[in-house]
Design a binder for this molecule. Sequence first.
Ligand code: MN
Length: 242
Amino acid sequence: MSDLFISDLHLSPERPAINRAFFAFLENRVGKADNLYILGDLVEVWIGDDDPSPFTRELIQRLTAVTSTGTQVYFQQGNRDFLVGGKFARETGITLLPEYHLLTTAEGKLLICHGDTLCTDDLDYQAFRRKVRHPLVRWLLAHLPLKKRQQIAQDWREKSRKANSNKADNIMDVNGNAVNAVMERFGASMLLHGHTHRPGVHLLEHGKRIVLGDWGKQGWYAEIGCEGIELLSFPISAEGTI
Ligand code: MN
């Protein structure tokens, strides 16, 4: 019996080694688990469930292989893949979760989320987020031709890269008050999130905050087993073997 949690793999056709590492992870580790929770930013960019690219098709096929063996896969949208929707869920057999999701574990109540909503000091990002998550904007995006969406996504990534290189370190991290407020709201003693690419375990006054890492030279995941929740990592070779 085990539950696994991952986020921020940023899979893309430009990083074939990381894609291979993820597929190996699915086969070797997730195959034996009961549940896999993907806490957002599985991919570098998601322009819509109708993307016919070979990369997207392979991803769908690999996830379907996991769910068809009985492992439950859950997905929360990240800031890169907030356009993942119902069609993708139906095709792969995964379950979409809301922005915040509470799990009951032997160790206590665990709240999971991507983490970008907690970076409240980054006012520019929060304003951008509100804009693109607006139902009307999402509807418009979904109805644009694929090519146009590809251009927009490219443009956003470029802008985000430029903006982030000028931001102070603390602005890009979660805000302590936002963390306390959301944990209180859900009655959680543990919070698990990604997004900041700062893996670690932080002890809080009444619990702990666990941060998943992004995948690169290492792969990161959290596991709930008999020992409680653990943050774990493994090396990824240049060829993508794990
Ligand atoms: Mn993110």
